[in-house]
Design a binder for this molecule. Structure first.
Ligand code: DOR
Ligand code: ZN
Length: 450
């Protein structure tokens, strides 16, 4: 039996029975508004007139943009271990409000997700909540200690069907261990995602190494600490026959290395976060730890390079790195604060503001970088699919002209650490639909199933 003979995922929460009619939406923001009919969680008609009284449920899309449900390859839902800051239920609600129908939750929980039983409990909780498919990411090394590989095969074959492994939050430092991980992952066709940071160069570092950190007296985290691991892992992927995914690319040099590696045909993919596409280390001046994140906010030239890279495909996708933290870990000295920012509920609005509003890209681009490519990279069936008859109804509706203001306190997340507090955005997710179930409507999230 090979890995491809196994079912693609564990048992999914059931599709919503009955007929859902979505009126007045523009698929990918193109053409005249159409109606979409969904039956038992599957799209059965696009663009035909349906009498509303024949449907069990009706959504008036208000002329909004219809996208495939968004997929986030990188979130931290903190369960098990830090349920005071986020849970599968609150994180799923935040995901539904942000337009997501699938997320991958990282392994740096307590205990670490390094065994099937822990991954399975996360998977089942996500399915019972029923607001978003929550895919557990297995750790690459036991306890995130960087010494011994975990049992990728057992996790891949568990009920959780783990398809991605990462020590995110930490880098796998040992090149020989990383080589073995790549060889092992290749045989199972699972994805390895690397948090690129040479820890020997970032001891005590809390901010981007540059003029701002120097002036403020903050210890710097140099670009080379990221880039040296990007190039190392690209070469390992080239020589040892499996793909590698680069988490939260943050520097201009990483972009250059990715461009080089892709031109060689190396099987490498990469993500960028909304905060690295918009914010710089100028933010540090207030010493407000809401701006502390790992890798750190960098300089304008990095932001510009990352934007160009996402536009030309050098960076494949947007991932939020949604990282909730409680006030005791954020409202304290910068040095002692934990790194991380909320992302799920602001991501779509930020990408629309940076790329769609100024005319740099269209909604097809948003569908590609926030849904289709992440589903392709993770080989996730049923997500990131075309809006077409016969496809599962995993969908997101966006009102591109609804101005709203970010308030951490109003979010579904249990934590409030958003660096976008008080900022206005013009695009808002109005509805999210998971297998025909309306998981979010105008900011109100459906009741969890259990
Ligand atoms: O800022 C970050 N926060 N970066 C990471 O790599 C980990 C994450 C977390 O777990 O809080
Ligand atoms: Zn990370």
């Amino acid at each position: 039996m090979t890995s491809s003979d196994y079912p693609a995922t564990g048992e999914l929460s059931p599709a919503e029975p009955g007929a859902l009619l979505i009126t007045n939406v523009r698929p990918y923001g193109e053409g005249e508004p159409v109606s979409i009919l969904v039956e038992d969680g599957v799209i059965v008609s696009v663009d035909s007139a349906w009498p509303e009284d024949e449907a069990d449920r009706v959504i008036d899309g208000g002329g909004g943009v219809l996208l495939p449900g968004l997929v986030d390859m990188h979130v931290h839902l903190r369960e098990p271990g830090r349920e005071d800051t986020e849970t599968i239920a609150t994180g799923s609600a935040a995901a539904a409000r942000g337009g997501f129908t699938a997320v991958f939750t990282m392994a740096n929980t307590s205990p670490v997700m390094d065994q099937p039983v822990i991954a399975e409990s996360v998977w089942y909780k996500g399915q019972h909540t029923g607001l978003c498919d929550v895919h557990p990411v297995g750790s690459i090394t036991r306890g995130l200690e960087g010494r011994e590989l975990t049992e990728f095969g057992m996790m891949a074959r568990s009920e959780a069907r783990v398809r991605m492994f990462s020590d995110d939050g930490r880098c796998v430092d040992d090149p020989q261990l990383m080589r073995r991980a790549i060889e092992y992952a290749g045989g199972l066709d699972v994805l390895l995602a690397q948090h690129c940071e040479d820890h020997r160069m970032t001891v005590g570092s809390v901010a981007h190494e540059g003029g701002n950190a120097a002036r403020l007296g903050l210890r710097g985290w140099p670009r080379v600490a990221e880039e040296s691991i990007v190039v190392r892992d690209a070469l390992l992927a080239r020589d040892y026959g499996n793909r590698i995914h680069i988490c939260h690319a943050s520097t201009e040099g990483t972009v250059e290395l990715l461009r080089w590696a892709k031109a060689q045909g190396i099987p490498i993919t990469a993500e960028v976060t909304p905060h690295h596409l918009t914010l710089t280390d100028e933010r540090l001046a207030t010493y407000d730890a809401v701006n502390k994140v790992n890798p750190p906010l960098r300089e304008n030239r990095d932001v510009q390079a990352l934007r160009e890279a996402l536009l030309d495909g050098t960076v494949d996708i947007v991932a939020t790195d949604h990282a909730p933290h409680g006030s005791e870990d954020k409202c304290c000295e910068f040095e002692n604060a934990k790194p991380g920012m909320l992302g799920l509920e602001t991501s779509l609005a930020i990408i629309a503001a940076v790329f769609v509003a100024p005319g740099l890209a269209d909604w097809r681009f948003v569908a590609r970088v926030m849904s289709e490519r992440p589903a392709e990279i993770t080989r996730l069936p049923g997500q990131g699919r075309p809006i077409a008859v016969g496809e599962p109804a995993n969908l997101t509706i966006v009102d591109p002209g609804r101005t709203w203001t970010v308030h951490g306190a109003d979010m579904a997340s249990k934590s409030t650490n958003t660096p976008f507090e008080g900022m206005d955005f013009d695009a808002r997710v109005t509805h999210t639909i998971l297998r025909g179930r309306i998981t979010c409507a105008d900011g109100t999230v459906a009741e969890p199933r259990a």
